[in-house]
Design a protein around this ligand. Structure first.
Ligand code: KIV
Ligand code: ZN
Length: 534
């Protein structure tokens, strides 16, 4: 590595949770959820937040625009194909960020993508890439270019593309391992070669970024190999969420650099590790994508020692079996739980402490749910409150709301549910409150079938997950569902309660309201993004 590059010890963390992460089927978030995640990413001190793909939908445009307006600190990026309308939309979306706005243009360069997806020859690809960068550059100083499927692109051609886009003004060239095909040594060698053959990567005029997918479980390893070879930006997502098997996980990249700074020669990023666990939980809650227990750094078992020998060792000296201090990444901060006696001011103060920026009306609504829950469980923990906020901001106009639910079940009983629903926008003369009873294969099935009969909107439950939000037998159960209402779209819904049947009914109604509210809520197509290639 040359001297100037050697001196640059700073690794830029480019977070794409809200773009690539949100591309994960079923992870779609609404504007308010994205804004809460973006606020947390700013507290985490990532350098760049990719807020979305503005041309793809009005929702994506609004998200990037709002994040660019509201979030101070990180650079805000919007993604665009090398197509004028995409670049114009991205420019308009990041405009409120002023000099902190970045346009990220991409175009596939590999042979397979050129021949089968784009039908374009190499020289045409170079021309389009250069024109894309130049157009982006007419709007902002900070332009990133990604040769999609770079790791499967002929290296000579990749060098040519990098030289051309850097000459056109790209300040960051991102090398995506789009399909997770690379292996660490090879990927590191590719980055080293680009550094050698594109002088601007050494002079500091442009930097190399990497964006690795996890199809072979190598996304973090590839990213780290690239860093050692000279990459100075890593694109990653909280909890590693993203297309298919996901992206490189932010927490693993950050903590590898920190924990093994001996190996990484003092390379460091500006992320505040103490915000990692909080970020992980918020993203899990907002996206509905649950973190596996054994996930490194943020999984519930990441610092749990089961064997006696390990426990004994840790008690004698923590470092015998722990390479990181759990507190360093935000585990184990003691929290004083709230109880049903806590007042609105205490709840509001705790919500503020957790980092939520909520209106008085929001706090009032959450306080109402807090009181209901406080009546049922002894302590209300920070995780419970976060679940209540998650549920509240995921809410859509409630065409149907749950008034009453009674379910009987047991090993000798046919599960039966009685459900009373209130319809907000009934036609004239139609009753506002409808009640029915029905049976099912189990208590949840009975409740959902009865809801279907009452609403006459049949849905097929495609995914159902239940998790305890906090500790204790009286823990709040949070149900996440994905429902197909017959139009081929998966609509997600969430509900939380100390009663898991009620949580299931609430989650199903949340999805149903989103479906009937169409346009106000947002259905998630299994096949996104819905733009054609280029
Ligand atoms: O995986 C990929 O290639 C991408 C690009 C748009 C950077 O997400
Ligand atoms: Zn990607």
């Amino acid at each position: 590595m040359n001297e100037a590059a050697m001196k640059n010890k700073r690794i830029i963390i480019f977070d794409t949770t809200l773009r690539d992460g949100e591309q994960c089927p079923g992870a779609s978030m609404n504007l308010r959820q994205k804004l809460e995640v973006a606020r947390q990413l700013a507290r985490l001190k990532v350098d760049v937040i990719e807020g979305g793909f503005p041309v793809i939908s009005d929702g994506d445009f609004q998200s990037v625009h709002t994040i660019a307006r509201e979030i101070k600190g990180p650079v805000i990026a919007g993604l665009a194909r090398c197509v004028p309308k995409d670049i114009d939309a991205a420019a308009a979306a990041v405009k409120p960020a002023g000099p902190h706005g970045r346009i990220h243009v991409f175009l596939a360069t590999s042979k397979i993508h050129r021949e089968f997806k784009l039908g374009k020859a190499q020289d045409e690809i170079v021309r389009l890439a250069v024109e894309g960068v130049q157009r982006a550059k007419s709007y902002v100083r900070d332009v990133e270019f990604s040769p999609e499927d770079a790791s499967r692109t002929e290296p000579d051609f990749l060098v040519q593309v990098c030289q051309a886009v850097v000459a056109a003004g790209a300040t960051t060239v991102n090398i995506p391992d789009t399909v997770g095909w690379a292996v660490p040594d090879q990927f590191g060698a590719l980055i080293a070669r680009l550094r050698e053959e594109v002088p601007e990567f050494n002079s500091g005029r442009a930097i190399i970024s990497v964006h690795c997918h996890n199809d072979l479980g190598l996304a973090v390893a590839n990213s780290l190999a690239a860093v050692r070879a000279g990459a100075r930006q890593v694109e990653c997502t909280v909890n590693g969420i993203g297309e298919r098997a996901g992206n490189a996980s932010l927490e693993e990249v950050v903590m590898s650099l920190k924990t093994r700074s001996d190996w990484f020669d003092g390379l460091a990023c500006g992320v505040n590790p103490r915000e990692i666990v909080k970020s992980s939980r918020l993203v899990a809650r907002m996206s509905g994508l649950i973190v596996q227990r054994s996930k490194a750094i943020v999984g519930e078992n990441a610092f749990a020692h089961a064997s006696g020998i390990h426990q004994d060792g840790v008690l004698k000296k923590r470092e015998t079996y722990e390479i990181m201090d759990p507190q360093e990444v935000g585990w184990g901060h003691s929290e004083l739980p709230l109880t049903k006696h806590s007042g609105r001011a205490a709840v509001s103060a705790r919500l503020k402490h957790l980092g939520f920026k909520l209106s008085d009306a929001d706090v009032q609504a959450i306080f109402g749910r807090f009181k209901e829950i406080g009546d049922k469980k002894k302590f209300v923990y920070d995780d419970d409150l976060t679940a209540l906020v998650g549920g509240h901001i995921a809410e859509v106009p409630e065409t149907w709301s749950l008034e009453y639910l009674n379910v009987t079940s047991g090993n000798q009983t046919v599960p039966t549910a009685t459900v009373r629903l209130k319809k907000r926008t009934g036609k004239k003369g139609e009753p506002d409150v409808l009640q029915d009873a029905g049976t099912g294969d189990g208590p949840v099935d009975a409740a959902l079938k009865t809801i279907d009969r009452l609403t006459k909107v049949g849905g097929k439950l495609m995914d159902y997950s239940l998790r305890a939000v906090s500790q204790g037998k009286d823990a709040l159960g949070e149900v996440s569902v994905k429902v197909d209402f017959g139009d081929g779209k998966l609509v997600s819904g969430k509900g939380a309660s100390t009663d898991i049947i009620e949580a299931s009914a609430r989650a199903y109604l949340n999805a149903l309201n989103r479906h009937v509210g169409n346009g106000k809520g947002r259905g998630e197509s299994a096949a996104q993004p819905s733009v054609s290639c280029l």
